[in-house]
Structures are given as structure tokens and as C-alpha cells.
Design a protein around this ligand. Structure first.
Ligand code: GLA
Length: 497
């Protein structure tokens, strides 16, 4: 489509066009939000027109997410329950008849980038936004080449409104948006679930050991629904959210970028969980006499092991005693040389070697969190099905407590924000996403949302934060994107008729 045609579709006379329909399912039926989206699309059209001389263009949308419950369970093979939110990455692109990708961003802080599509795509320096685009291209290149024999690129302009480093998956939305743009440019079609699996692996290009939640929900999000997602293999079950309640997201304003110290701390958790699984497998082998193949905690779940309940419990208790182990204790307990331990458990998917933490591998606490959190996700799904909002809220609160004390991924600011939220009427409040900063997610009765937001603004952003963290600056006029309510929206798509 030509830019002029797209502009026309956005005009008032075309209120019934497919584009309007898409916008409603992506951003919710909120007039000021829709007006903002139109302005955004106009800005994209303006920027791309200069670059591509009114060639055929298309739009791609990929939403961020908030996780309602099920934190750090995905890479252990246990379920999560996120929803896609009305903050997204929007891309306006045109196909290039050569193997080159040219990207630019409405936000000029992100410098334009250009790279060739070949099998040896190397990352830019850590933290560069272009790496998320490269991750998608590198991850999909084998598939595109297999289908078409070659891969062509695109010119694209990006616009992102997901707060970065806020635990709302701005990075995965960027990967998903880039992937859909690349597939569309090459006319390759693939089921969303299959694409989510590929992109979960592809994002490891940037060095995090994430599970598959973020890419999956950005793709399979549904309007007004949370989605329970199971892994290995990926399965998604949409669940209606309670009517008369809203999901409010509050940014603690402590940045949790996946590229710095937070990434080290993030990666520590999958390593500790892999070690916990290995210890349990070894102990179960001693009890049962069978060899147990394990990659993740779910592989040593009681439901998967042919052993009586009593012996299972004993085996796990012995495996996780002591609950904190140094690297030396770990070699001994797993009967592995230092080198074997490194290669089997500490080598990250990025190729780097994880350095054992000075305070030991906290396998006991991590196991406690993952197993209890997995159970809470199942209970939360049942609570949604029977419309038990109070129970859902209780489970969210219990999840936060376990994230704080067992998984140690909260911060004093997130704890405070959760406490203030509950004081102002949240039925459930918890940190959302990887943790170490970022946002909280709150379940609030619809009628109380305005009072809730005002209360949190006063207690957290006006009183607490400036006193506790004078180093964190924010602009009052940005509060609308720091604390906001979001309906659950539809997943990523190329916007075409
Ligand atoms: C990050 C990862 C996800 C998941 C969450 C924690 O967002 O990308 O895969 O592990 O942290 O639940």
C-alpha cells in the first residue's frame, strides 16, 4: 500500500476500515489512546516516506506484556499467566530487493542502523537496540532460506511506547515486531506458536537466558484475556479476565535493563535452577536405581518420576541439603570435575561462563519459589475460571512474597509500591517480569481505579521516591506512562487487509 492510501484509512471517513478495527483490538476502545496512535502512525508515515519514496509499505504491531502470575517459572518448564498490554512497538516498513536491513527510530536516541543479512550476523555493542532486530533476523534466517532459497531485507521505521527497562518486555516486542517484518518481506508464513518457540531461542543472541513467555504472549495475546502458557511444547489457553476490574501497571522507576548488572542477576536464577534439578535427579537416581535425564526442574517433578511419594520427598530433601552450596560443594555433590560442572551447568547459551556467586548457589530457596509459584499459576487459572477475584488477588500477593523472599528478585522500591497499592485498594499487587526493578501489576476494582492512581501518585511518586531515591528523577508530565491501566489486547500482527 502507498503511504497516501494508509493515511486515508486513518481519516474520519474510514472509521469502519480494517485499520480502525485492528487499532481497537490493539489499543482498546479509548478515544484519547486511539488519537495518540493515529498521531504515531502519521509520524511513522512521514519518516518512512522520505526514505522509500512512497513505495509499498506495511505496518506491524507487537505489544509488550505484564505477567499476572508465574514468575521465573517458564525456563523451568512450568506455566506462566501474562496478558498483552496496550503499549507496543509499531513498525512501518517497505521491502528491499536486496539482503540488507535498514532501520531507524522515531526516538532519535536510537541511532539508525544498517546491516547485511548473512549467516554470521554479529551483535552490536551490548545495549544497542539494533541487537533485538539482529536477534530476530539471525533466528529466522535458516527458515526463510529453507523456504525461499534466499532472504531479502527491508527498510523500517520503529516507534516504541513500552517503557524500556521496565519489565514489560519492550525487548521481546522489538524482536517479535522485527520477526514479523522480516517474514512479511519474504512472504513466509508460520504459525504463531511455532514462531514463538523460534524467537524464544533467537533472543538469546543478546545474552539473556530467558524462557519463552515474553515472545509468546506478544504473539498470542488476546483481547480481554489473560493467557496461561505452558512450555516444552508451547501451549496457550486464553482465560477471561474478571469484569469490573482493571489491571494497573506502576513503574517503580528503578531501571532493570537486561544488559547490565540485572542481566547477571537474572542469569544466576536459571543456573541455580538447573543445578537444583541436577541435584534432585542425582538423589532420585540413588533412591530409584534408574537414570533420570534432566534439563530443567519440571523433569524431576513428582508427576514425572516413577517412585513412591515418601521416597520422592526424602530424595528431594536430601538433594537440597544444604540449601546453599559453594562451587566446590557442588562438584562434590554432583560427582563432577570443576570443568564438567562448568560445561554442563555454568556455560550460558551465549557461550559465556557464569561465575559462581560469592554467596553460593541458593538451590533450596530457588526450588521453593519455582514449585510454589507453579502451583499458584494452576490455582490462579482455576480462580479465573470460577470468577473468584479475591482468591486471584491473594495468589498475586503470595507470588510477590515468594519472589521477594525465596527468589530474591524484588527491591525495596517494588516492595514499597506493592504495599502502597494494597493500601489504596488493590485486590492483588506484585512485581511483574524479571524483577530487580521495573514495574508492579495490580488488580483494582474498576470503580476505584482513579482513586487508586491518585493515592499511589501521592504516596509513592510524591512522598516515598524523592526521599528514598533522590537519584531517580522523573518528569511529572510523564506520569501517564509511569502509572496506567491497560486492558488485555490482541497479539502481534502485520496490519494488512
Ligand atoms: C524475563 C524473561 C522471561 C521470564 C521472566 C520472569 O522477562 O524474558 O522469559 O523468565 O523474566 O518470569
Amino acid at each position: 500500500m502507498k503511504t497516501e492510501e494508509l493515511k486515508n484509512l486513518l481519516s474520519e471517513e474510514n472509521k469502519n476500515s480494517y485499520l480502525f478495527e485492528k487499532m481497537l483490538s490493539f489499543y482498546g476502545n479509548n478515544s484519547s489512546c486511539l488519537a495518540q496512535q493515529k498521531t504515531r502512525i502519521h509520524a511513522l508515515l512521514k519518516k518512512i516516506s522520505g526514505a522509500v519514496n512512497n513505495k509499498n509499505i506495511f505496518l506491524v504491531h507487537a505489544p509488550g506484556r505484564t505477567n499476572l502470575i508465574g514468575e521465573h517459572t517458564d525456563y523451568n518448564g512450568y506455566p506462566v499467566m501474562p496478558m498483552a498490554i496496550n503499549r507496543d512497538i509499531l513498525v512501518c516498513a517497505s521491502v528491499l530487493e536486496k539482503s540488507v536491513i535498514n532501520i531507524s527510530n522515531i526516538d532519535e536516541e536510537f541511532a539508525a542502523r544498517s546491516f547485511s543479512i548473512d549467516e554470521n550476523i554479529q551483535p552490536y555493542a551490548g545495549g544497542d537496540w539494533g541487537n533485538y532486530v539482529k536477534a530476530a533476523i539471525a533466528g529466522l534466517l535458516p527458515l526463510v532460506r529453507e523456504k525461499n532459497g534466499r532472504a531479502i531485507g527491508f527498510n523500517a521505521v520503529y516507534s516504541g511506547i513500552i517503557p524500556p527497562a521496565g519489565g514489560l518486555s519492550s525487548s521481546s516486542a522489538m524482536v517479535v515486531a522485527s520477526a514479523l517484518t522480516f517474514l512479511r518481506a519474504n512472504n513466509v508464513e508460520i504459525a504463531k506458536i511455532e514462531l514463538a518457540e523460534i524467537l524464544a531461542r533467537a533472543e538469546r543472541f543478546v545474552g539473556t537466558e530467558g524462557g519463552g513467555m515474553d515472545q509468546a504472549i506478544s504473539l498470542v495475546g488476546e483481547k480481554d484475556k489473560a493467557v496461561k502458557i505452558d512450555f516444552f511444547p508451547l501451549r496457550a489457553v486464553p482465560l477471561a479476565l474478571p469484569k469490573n476490574y482493571e489491571i494497573v501497571i506502576c513503574n517503580s522507576l528503578v531501571r532493570a535493563p537486561k544488559t547490565e548488572a540485572a542481566m547477571l542477576e537474572y542469569n544466576r536464577r536459571p543456573v541455580e535452577c538447573r543445578l537444583a534439578a541436577a541435584l534432585i535427579a542425582k538423589s532420585l537416581e540413588n533412591f530409584s536405581g534408574h537414570r533420570i535425564a534432566t534439563q530443567r526442574l519440571v523433569d524431576v517433578d513428582q508427576r514425572k518420576i516413577d517412585i513412591d511419594g515418601e521416597s520422592y520427598k526424602k530424595a528431594v530433601t536430601e538433594a537440597l541439603n544444604p540449601p546453599v552450596l559453594s562451587a566446590e560443594q557442588m562438584w562434590e555433590k554432583l560427582a563432577l570435575s570443576q570443568n564438567n560442572l562448568n560445561e554442563k551447568y555454568l556455560r550460558l547459551k551465549s557461550g559465556k561462563l557464569f561465575v559462581p556467586p560469592a554467596d553460593g548457589f541458593k538451590v533450596g530457596l530457588r526450588y521453593e519459589h519455582v514449585l510454589s509459584e507453579a502451583h499458584r499459576v494452576e490455582q490462579a487459572a482455576q480462580a479465573l475460571q470460577r470468577g473468584d477475584v479475591a482468591e486471584f488477588g491473594k495468589l498475586m500477593n503470595a507470588s510477590h512474597e515468594s519472589c521477594r523472599s525465596n527468589y530474591e528478585i524484588s527491591t525495596p522500591e517494588l516492595d514499597k509500591l506493592v504495599e502502597i497499592a494494597r493500601d489504596h485498594g488493590a485486590i492483588g499487587a506484585r512485581l511483574t517480569g524479571a524483577g530487580f526493578g521495573g514495574c508492579t501489576v495490580n488488580l483494582v476494582p474498576q470503580n476505584d481505579v482513579d482513586a487508586f492512581i491518585q493515592g499511589v501518585i501521592k504516596d509513592y511518586y510524591q512522598d516515598y521516591l524523592p526521599a528514598a531515591r533522590p537519584d531517580i528523577q522523573f518528569n511529572k508530565k510523564d506520569l501517564g506512562s509511569i502509572i496506567f491501566s491497560s486492558s488485555a489486547v490482541a497479539g502481534a500482527e502485520v496490519m494488512e487487509e
